[in-house]
Design a binder for this molecule. Structure first.
Ligand code: NAD
Ligand code: LMR
Length: 330
């Protein structure tokens, strides 16, 4: 039995994400929660002939039912960007939404894996961590900020400039830091399989990966941000977490924004390299309890070191902003 709850299931990400989760045969119960339209989305998906039973929950009164017994909660609830906005501009609306959803999850499914999509991820993940800590149920191994879209984009963008010689499905670029412009630090020097780039290619690729979200926001021209590619990235990350948890599969590694205390062995050494930040995106090996091992940054180029130092100073403020928001409302 494996129950997944999607909070924000009727939205631009929520609908295609719920579709992709409906196709995941490890899931036995798919609970769709939103303030609007959840019953319609659930009725539609419930006709697909895969094992999961789909149920719908509409409005705050039904949130406890959606969360009760959940093994994994994935959250794309909240508002997306419009042109001219930063992800941090979403904080004033999304911070409260995430705090309230996290409060309900800490009460009704405190052991669930919590997968956070809503922006600004660099602050919403610390918000969830702080809420769980305030309720005495915090396990840093089980709370993840989804940064998979940056990794998905990087594999694709590399293919765009190395046409013919790179497979976008198997190419992997580790991305560390966070999920907003300068905090997204692609480690092209560690690309697998190995590729050589000119410095000009490295700088152009890095910028495109850092600002991939803006490309979509601009093209959608006021109608929101990435939804379809995000749904694919979210379903890929959820599948990785579920596969490691349910089947004891080893060697599953995905970059994700986590609390470095999740790895008692490597976390402290990594924190020392990044001015003591509590949360950071790094490739993480997943296991039956969530985070199994956080990979260290490893050896990086001087250009990447420079990017990393910019990321650390921006992240410091974003993480603290999330923590302060929760502490102020306790
Ligand atoms: P959307 O407006 O299309 O959908 C959001 C959904 O959330 C709506 O259905 C809305 O009714 C619902 N919602 C709002 N408040 C809620 C609450 N309190 N409880 C439950 N549901 C609630 O937006 P979208 O395009 O799906 O984007 C959602 C979020 O995901 C945004 O914050 C966006 O910035 C973020 N995002 C993150 C990434 C990433 O890489 N992590 C990528 C793309 C988008
Ligand atoms: C993205 O990277 O596409 C998302 O974070 C949405 C956004 O606001 O760009």
């Amino acid at each position: 039995m494996f129950k997944v709850t999607v909070c924000g299931a009727a939205g631009g990400i929520g609908q295609p994400l719920s579709l992709l989760l409906k196709l995941n045969e490890d899931i036995t119960d798919l609970a769709l929660y939103d303030l609007v339209n959840a019953p319609g989305v659930a009725a539609d998906l419930s006709h697909i002939n895969t094992p999961s039973k789909v149920t719908s929950y509409l409005g705050a009164d039904q949130l406890p039912g959606a969360l009760m017994g959940a093994n994994l909660v994935i959250i794309p609830a909240g508002v997306p960007r419009k042109p001219g906005m930063t992800r941090d501009d979403l904080f004033k609306i999304n911070a409260g939404i995430i705090r309230d959803l996290a409060t309900a999850a800490a009460t009704h499914c405190p052991k669930a894996f919590m997968l956070i999509i809503s922006n600004p991820v660099n602050s919403t993940v610390p918000i969830v961590a702080e809420v769980f800590a305030s309720k005495g149920v915090y396990d840093p191994k089980r709370i993840f900020g989804i940064t998979t879209l940056d990794v998905v984009r990087a594999s694709r963008f590399v293919t765009d400039i190395k046409a013919g010689s790179v497979n976008p499905v198997t190419t992997r670029v580790p991305i560390v830091g966070g999920h907003s412009g300068p905090t997204i630090v692609p480690l092209l020097s560690q690309i697998q399989p190995h590729q050589s780039f000119t410095q000009e290619e490295i700088e152009a690729l890095t910028k495109r990966i850092q600002y991939g979200g803006d490309e979509v926001v601009k093209a959608k021209d006021g109608a929101g941000s990435a939804t379809l590619s995000m749904a694919q990235a979210g379903a890929r990350f959820a599948k990785a977490v579920i596969t490691a948890a349910l089947h004891g599969a080893t060697g599953i590694v995905e970059p994700t924004f986590v609390d470095l205390d999740a790895d008692a062995t490597n976390g402290a050494a990594i924190r020392a390299e990044i001015q003591g930040l509590q949360h950071f995106a790094l490739p993480v090996e997943l296991g039956k309890d969530g985070v199994e091992r956080i990979h260290s940054i490893g050896s990086i180029s001087d250009y990447e070191k420079q990017l990393l130092s910019g990321a650390v100073s921006e992240l410091k403020g974003s993480i603290q902003k999330g923590v302060d928001f929760v502490r102020a409302s306790l």
